[in-house]
Design a protein around this ligand. Sequence first.
Ligand SMILES: NC(=O)c1ccc[n+]([C@@H]2O[C@H](COP(=O)([O-])OP(=O)(O)OC[C@H]3O[C@@H](n4cnc5c(N)ncnc54)[C@H](OP(=O)(O)O)[C@@H]3O)[C@@H](O)[C@H]2O)c1
Length: 169
Amino acid sequence: MKTILWATLTGNGNYAQSSSNNPPKKEALGDFAAHAQAAGNFIVGRRTFEGMQASNGGGTFAGMDIVVVSASVKEIPGVTVVGSPREALSYLQDRGYQTALISGGADLHNAFLGQGLVDELIFNVAPVLEGKGLNLLIDTEKYQYKEVELLNFKSLGSGFIQLHYAIGH
Ligand SMILES: NC(=O)c1ccc[n+]([C@@H]2O[C@H](COP(=O)([O-])OP(=O)(O)OC[C@H]3O[C@@H](n4cnc5c(N)ncnc54)[C@H](OP(=O)(O)O)[C@@H]3O)[C@@H](O)[C@H]2O)c1
């Protein structure tokens, strides 16, 4: 099973964060929905999932296998809750998926990256700069730099650019 980390970045390379006064843009949301539909699933951190529930009630993702990663919560109605990134992958692997989509947020993305559990990256670069913020980090004890292979790039419209990379293992 292939794992794809999907994330929106700001033009100056930060990890994009949304809030009620800075909601996610339609280009990013539409692209996420398309990738989630194609995979049939997504893995999400407990905090981001709670944000999704608050903003759309989860209706957009009806019928999808949603896997919430949490060390503190054991059950959430309608989704599968697991205790670690590896458990999330084994759950989806056992269900026969070809692809697991890792949808964020920052803590969860960094847990997957830090444990070397990501095969491909999809970065949507938004036309915005952010003053201070979060970063995606690889296993900092093992690597200072890690080269990745550019598989594709395209415009998503309204100034959004998508970069698609493979991470060699
Ligand atoms: N740029 C993007 O593409 C993108 C995508 C999604 C979200 N976001 C943004 O990201 C922010 C939220 O991200 P966040 O970093 O605060 O939270 P998050 O990653 O969504 O969720 C963090 C929670 O997930 C659980 N978790 C994460 N790693 C774990 C691990 N290795 N083992 C067990 N549980 C683990 C923990 O839950 P418990 O506390 O329950 O143990 C942790 O508190 C928001 O600003 C949102 O807008 C951005």
